[in-house]
Design a protein around this ligand. Structure first.
Ligand code: SAM
Length: 204
C-alpha cells in the first residue's frame, strides 16, 4: 500500500509514510473486508459511511503539517482510522462523529489498539468542540458546502484546517490558514467525500 499508492504518488513526509505502514488499517473495517483493507479505494463501514482511501488519509495528514506537539480536531470519526494516524503524529486528538454506532465502534478499536490521546464525542461536528479550542489543526473528513464559521473560530491563530468543500458528491480539498483576522484558502486537488451533515453542513 505505502510503496505503490503513497510513495508512488506525492506522499513524501517520512513520518506519514512510517505511520501509514504501522497502523493496522484492517482493524478498522469488518472482518469480511480485511482482504480489501489495503487496496486503493474507500470501503464501507456501515450506516452508509466509508473509511477513506489510504492515499486521501495520507495526503490530508501530510497537508496538516504536523510536528508532534499539536492539538487536533477531527470532524467525522467514521471508523477511527484517520484518528489513529493523527494520534501517532500529534499530541492530542479530539474527534467528533454524528453517528453513535460508528463512534462506539471506533472507540472500541482505538482503545483495543492502545491509543490514549484520542477523545471521541458523539455530536454535530460542524459546530466544533468549544471546550478544547483553540486547535492547532482541524481536519474535516466529510464534504461541506462551505467552511463552517465555528471551525474557523476554533482554529488557533497560525493554525491550519484541511476540509473538502463543494457539492454533495465532488469537492475540492481546501487548505484554510488563519493569520490574525484573515484566513486564506487554497484548493489542492479534487476529492469525493460523503456529505458533512448538520447545522453548518448539508441538511439531512
Ligand atoms: N475519518 C473517517 C475514517 O478514518 O474512517 C472517515 C470519515 S467518513 C468519510 C465521514 C464521517 O463523517 C461519517 O462517519 C459521517 O457519519 C461523519 N459525519 C458527517 N457529518 C458529520 C457531522 N456534522 N459531525 C460529525 N460527523 C459527521
Amino acid at each position: 500500500m505505502v510503496a505503490s499508492q503513497l510513495e508512488a504518488r506525492d506522499i513524501v513526509n517520512p513520518k506519514v509514510l512510517e505511520v501509514m505502514r504501522k497502523v493496522p488499517r484492517h482493524r478498522f473495517v469488518d472482518e469480511g473486508l480485511w482482504s480489501q483493507a489495503y487496496l486503493d479505494h474507500p470501503l464501507p463501514i456501515g450506516k452508509g459511511q466509508t473509511i477513506s482511501q489510504p492515499y486521501m488519509v495520507a495526503l490530508m495528514t501530510q497537508t496538516l503539517g504536523l510536528s508532534g506537539d499539536e492539538k487536533v480536531l477531527e470532524v467525522g470519526t467514521g471508523s477511527g482510522y484517520q484518528a489513529a494516524i493523527l494520534a501517532e503524529m500529534a499530541r492530542e486528538v479530539y474527534t467528533i462523529e454524528r453517528c453513535p454506532e460508528l463512534a462506539e465502534r471506533a472507540r472500541l478499536v482505538l482503545e483495543g489498539l492502545g491509543y490514549e490521546n484520542v477523545t471521541i464525542k458523539i455530536g454535530n461536528g460542524t459546530i466544533g468542540w468549544k471546550e478544547h479550542a483553540p486547535y492547532d489543526r482541524i481536519i474535516v473528513t466529510a464534504g461541506a458546502p462551505d467552511v463552517p464559521r465555528s471551525l474557523v473560530e476554533q482554529l488557533k491563530d497560525g493554525g491550519r484546517m484541511v476540509i473538502p468543500i463543494g457539492g454533495t458528491y465532488y469537492q475540492d480539498l481546501v487548505v484554510v490558514e488563519k493569520k490574525g483576522e484573515k484566513t486564506t484558502r487554497e484548493a489542492i486537488c479534487g476529492c469525493s467525500f460523503v456529505p458533512l451533515v448538520g447545522k453548518h453542513g448539508w441538511k439531512e
